[in-house]
Design a protein around this ligand. Structure first.
Ligand code: G3I
Length: 381
């Protein structure tokens, strides 16, 4: 108790002294440095998480960044890590075979550097958002098996080398298993005749950028069950074969209709394999009104959502190997949820409302971080 009190007091004292905290780590900006780092509020999520080495991230909507002033300010001030919500996906970077369009992704990386943020690269290998020349549905392609293998290898090398040194964590493989814990029958699975593509992708990724942390990323790993078990078996086998995998991303797309998952247990069992873990795409949706998609049907639902947000962050805080906590965006107006979950309508899944005012779910994250000074310090590598 006493240690916690001292630590929280120290944090408050820093805040009172400087009004601002410096980026990364627990030390305030040194007076001797020629150009002080970009300042951000002492009560921002990124500042509160810095003393224990936890990165608080957000997915970034490239259409809003640099265009929408309030959106851009919150992105810079609140978060110490960013993920491209879409602009690093294959359909975005190579819409025409052999012609790369890096501009939007480059802009995000430049923004991150300017604001002292680390970048999660998302994602190198998926069955969605593939360019039309490769596959329109992720399961079929006009390319031969040999060509599919060659284009995947080329893609991983080209993309990782383009961003070499700029990406902290790469989602190398995304969502390779279905909800029944079966390997998805994607173009990758078919070309390799099994899940062997996963090991190849990680090996190529390590070669392309040896310093990046390499992640497998998926949803519903939060719940113990067939899917989480299947991914656990996969990554354990990859580790046993010395395939270079560094971490597992728990996306964390939660809904109040399914109950709260046994997340901490699952984070711990994956971490016990010698892996980093991260919450990579957190949102907490609830049933909303069809004609007001971010207004909950049940006026009590926001309290349940706040509880889920708080417990999800606390699960990460409790596990030393959990190195980042990333909501999938922050403003309800830009969330993928209302457009995707329409029967029943769900929404209101993020921590800022449609006008970019912080919600109760933002406040509980602040509170959890303020009380986290005694949580284990984590290391980024
Ligand atoms: O860019 C085109 C635009 O040119 C076109 O006019 C418009 C018409 O629909 O579509 C635009 O593309 C959309 C794209 O987002 C960019 O806004 C796609 O239709 C739309 O399907 C796409 O949705 C994204 C979704 O992944 C695709 O699967 C969401 O924004 C994004 O949040 C979501 O993110 C995924 C993670 O990558 C992986 N985990 C699950 C998560 C949620 O689905």
């Amino acid at each position: 108790m006493r240690r916690l009190w001292i630590s929280v007091s120290a944090l408050s004292a820093l805040a009172l002294l400087g009004g601002q905290l410096s980026f990364a780590g627990s030390t305030p900006a040194a007076a001797s440095k020629p150009s002080p780092p970009q300042a951000y509020p002492a009560d921002s999520l990124r500042a509160l998480a810095a003393p224990i080495g936890l990165r608080i991230g957000t997915a970034v909507n490239a259409d809003q960044l640099g265009v929408n002033e309030a959106y851009t300010k919150i992105t810079a001030e609140q978060f110490s890590s960013v993920t491209a919500e879409n602009v690093m996906k294959w359909s975005e970077v190579e819409p025409t075979r052999g012609t790369y369009t890096w501009e939007k992704a480059d802009q995000l990386v430049a923004f991150a550097k300017k604001n002292k943020q680390l970048v999660r690269g998302h994602t190198l290998l998926w069955h969605n958002q593939l360019p039309a020349w490769l596959s329109s549905d992720g399961n079929t392609t006009t390319l031969s098996d040999a060509e599919v293998k060659a284009v995947l290898k080329r893609h991983i090398f080209n993309q990782m080398r383009h961003f070499k040194g700029d990406i902290w964590q790469w989602d190398v493989v995304n969502e390779a298993f279905d909800d029944n814990g079966q390997p998805r029958q994607t173009i990758w699975y078919k070309a390799w005749g099994g899940t062997g593509y996963i090991a190849d992708a990680f090996r190529w990724a390590r070669e392309a950028d040896p310093k990046a942390l390499l992640f497998y990323n998926d949803y519903n790993l939060e719940f113990t069950g067939v899917k989480s078990d299947a991914v656990y078996a996969l990554v354990r086998s990859l580790k046993a074969q010395r395939v270079p995998i560094d971490g597992v991303g728990f996306q964390g797309h939660l809904s109040t209709q399914y109950g709260y998952p046994d997340l901490q247990n699952n984070l711990e069992r994956f971490a016990a394999l010698g892996l980093k873990v991260a919450l990579t795409e957190v949102d907490v949706r609830t049933e909303t009104k069809p004609d007001a998609v971010n207004t909950p049907v049940n006026p009590l639902a926001p309290y349940a959502q706040e509880s889920y947000w708080s417990r999800t962050l606390q699960a990460c805080l409790a596990v030393k190997a959990c190195i980042s906590f990333t909501p999938w965006g922050f403003g309800d107006a830009y969330s993928w949820v209302p457009g995707w979950f329409t029967n029943p309508q769900e929404g209101a899944a993020l921590i800022y409302d449609e006008q970019l005012n912080p919600k109760g779910s933002y406040d509980v994250l602040q509170q959890a971080l303020t009380l986290a000074a005694g949580a284990p310090q984590r290391s980024h590598r």
